[in-house]
Design a protein around this ligand. Sequence first.
Ligand SMILES: NC(=O)c1ccc[n+]([C@@H]2O[C@H](COP(=O)([O-])OP(=O)(O)OC[C@H]3O[C@@H](n4cnc5c(N)ncnc54)[C@H](OP(=O)(O)O)[C@@H]3O)[C@@H](O)[C@H]2O)c1
Length: 357
Amino acid sequence: MVSTYRRLEHRDATVRLTHAEIGSHPEAETTVLLAPDAIGVCRSDLREINGTRHLRRDFGHEIVGTVVSSDPPGTVPTGQRVVLDPHPAVGRTSGFADLVEIWGSRSDVTAALVPLPETSGTVRSVFVEPLACVCHCLGRLDSATQEAGADPIGPVAILGAGMAGTLMATVLDTSSVPVTLINRSRGRLSFLIDRGVLPPAALHTADGPLGPAVPRVIVATAATDTGLLDLAAERVTPGGVVLLYAGTRPGQTYAGVDLDSLRREERTARITRAGKSFHIVGSHGATREDFVRAIHLLDPRTPGRQELPRRLDRMVTTVLSLDESADLLNRLARGPFMGKAVILPSPSPDSTKGLGQ
Ligand SMILES: NC(=O)c1ccc[n+]([C@@H]2O[C@H](COP(=O)([O-])OP(=O)(O)OC[C@H]3O[C@@H](n4cnc5c(N)ncnc54)[C@H](OP(=O)(O)O)[C@@H]3O)[C@@H](O)[C@H]2O)c1
């Protein structure tokens, strides 16, 4: 067994490739060594590099990997393919590496490692984690719609065409739910049209004509502010649902509602803004069921579901080895970032299996 391995770390807003020693975690009930097969780059990784991510540290969390060992032995089967669920409270090293050390209570470590079928494509499976959060959000939207008595198959408007908003729109569009995706600037929308991810008719800039109001609106921008929520309030029909998925700050309020606790505690409030009354609903995190659903949605053998994985494959812009990736992350952290970049610690012909099917 090797004792040193390659690992990307960031300090002073710069990512470097380092050689790390496998540590010991004697205080932990369980330790697992995971060998990442592919790691997706998420916008929050870039915020961590730049020091603009608050509260959470999750560098390299979109991991598809194989369990190398566990202590006590057999806690998680050696050779098991998994994706990381970053929500359980485990300690871990950077995910952009040949190995990831994961430690914590037995229940948290096993909860953090979601089994992945052998047949799942390696690169494609980096979408499992963000898609699980999206499945959770769309589940919240369905239950809130039902509680509000709003139209359950009515159109949905999504504000923000980052990865979160794009995944939501693509899941809905491929499920035949009418959806519009509204973004601040044109660039990301052109990218989605060029890649054949969403039809041009579904894509709008926030300053253009947006058509009639809809019963359900999701706010999926990087951060929430009053202007955005006013746009959501304008887009929603009276009695409808505005689902808050975007980042919130502690103490942030809108129409007298504490947005941060509403989102994190997944509560619902009825508010009135500019004479219109509607429901505002929080969505936060994902459960094991959401991960299982995301894995199922990405499986091209799922009946009627070939189209979603095909479209998500087209979102992959870059596939790079670990040696080349410090430069990539430094560049992405400083410039515009579209689509999905994927890092392969040990590239092999099998790694891209499933892509383009
Ligand atoms: N609730 C949860 O469980 C959960 C889970 C994961 C992530 N999140 C949150 O979800 C958010 C979205 O993540 P992401 O990775 O998709 O973010 P992202 O890549 O930063 O994308 C944000 C998008 O919002 C657009 N935007 C910003 N202001 C806008 C406005 N006023 N009107 C319309 N569009 C606007 C941006 O437009 P441009 O193209 O002009 O830049 C960009 O396309 C993050 O805040 C993240 O923390 C929540």
